[in-house]
Design a protein around this ligand. Structure first.
Ligand code: GYE
Length: 328
């Protein structure tokens, strides 16, 4: 055995003795001090929230594909859109003693207890995609988008499209989820500067195409052609709205302008068909950044509290050119 390895083992032993003396559980990063783990040495858990949208499908694929590529042992759980199931999934991962838990919390609140359980077990949590309303020391990092800015951008783009005059209906994402909360708030923040832009109805379509269509049908039945614009918190709901508008005998993208969030391939197809006017990018391809962060955490390296994803805005004029380059 090399001297350096013996020294690091001694350091680990010393640390163990010290931490046990204080009566608190040793942090896994401390245990590994000096011994650099590789992807092949670790088991990573991921508690996904469900499979509600194109975005989610791409996100799940990115996580699974990256794990395979890096030969990481991944324990992947799907909570099927239910917080109880997601909490249960985290508990299972704790029992399985994974090295890190990645979690996309379906809603923002109600996480304190299970986060505390993970902390007590010495298993760090990385928030992926969505934030949770817990104290900062309950998770090691948040990897994901600036949803507030996405909401602001949607409002800026819509104000331009509508020359500052609009009767807007809003399709909100999953109630109490971080992206729905922030896209709602960011949009309104910018709209304050445009007195001619009025939100006449706002309801949740739960980020799905089916609910987006249903809610848009109700909006159309209640407000008819008073509606001049739709703000959808994701592309799937925008696509549902497009169908509802067509069935109502109006032209989506022309009679009613539509701005959504995500920039999935389906949004580019809708823009090419002239039925969607803009999509604000939200990047789901978080697999590579997630595992890189996880390994750093396991090896005790410091990581930023928030790792933002890089994003842009897309319009119909070059949608056909860009579509082949889109990975989701
Ligand atoms: O925009 C939506 C999905 O959390 C950013 O969830 C994600 C959102 C995404 O269902 O399509």
């Amino acid at each position: 055995m090399k001297i350096s390895r013996i020294l690091s083992l001694c350091a680990v032993l010393l640390m163990l003795l010290e931490t046990q003396g204080c009566g608190s559980a040793p942090e896994p990063a401390m245990l590994n001090a000096g011994i650099q783990k590789t992807y092949a040495d670790v088991i990573i858990g991921f508690a996904q929230l469900g499979a509600e949208s194109e975005w989610r499908a791409a996100n799940t694929q990115s996580i699974k594909e990256t794990a395979e590529l890096l030969e990481i042992e991944l324990r992947f759980m799907d909570a099927q859109q239910k917080q109880e199931k997601q909490i249960e999934a985290v508990r299972k991962l704790i029992i399985q003693k994974v090295d890190v838990i990645g979690l996309s919390p379906i809603v923002e609140t109600g996480w304190d207890e299970v986060f505390q359980e993970a902390k007590d077990a010495g298993i760090p949590i990385i928030l992926v995609d969505r934030r949770a309303a817990v104290a900062e020391d309950m998770y090691v990092a948040y990897l994901g988008s600036d949803f507030l800015e996405e909401g602001r951008n949607a409002a800026r783009v819509m104000a331009q499209l509508m020359n500052g005059q609009a009767k807007i209906v809003e399709l909100v994402g999953t109630i109490n989820s971080a992206p729905a909360n922030d896209r709602y708030e960011g949009f309104r923040e910018v709209l304050k500067d445009y007195p001619g832009m009025e939100i006449i109805a706002s309801e949740s379509g739960d980020f799905t195409r089916a609910r987006g269509k249903e809610v848009m049908e109700t909006f159309l039945n209640e407000h008819g052609s008073t509606i001049t614009a739709v703000y959808a918190h994701n592309d799937d709901m925008a696509l549902g709205a497009i169908t509802a508008i067509e069935e109502h005998g109006l032209k989506p993208g022309v009679d009613i302008k539509i701005v959504s969030v995500d920039a999935a391939r389906v949004a580019f197809e809708a823009m090419i068909a002239g039925k969607l006017n803009a999509t604000i990018e939200c990047n789901p391809l978080l697999g590579p950044q997630f595992f890189e962060l996880a390994l750093k955490v396991i090896n005790g390296e410091s990581v930023p509290k928030w790792v933002p994803s890089e994003e842009s805005i897309f319009f119909p004029d070059n949608a056909a050119e860009i579509l082949p380059t889109r990975k989701y």
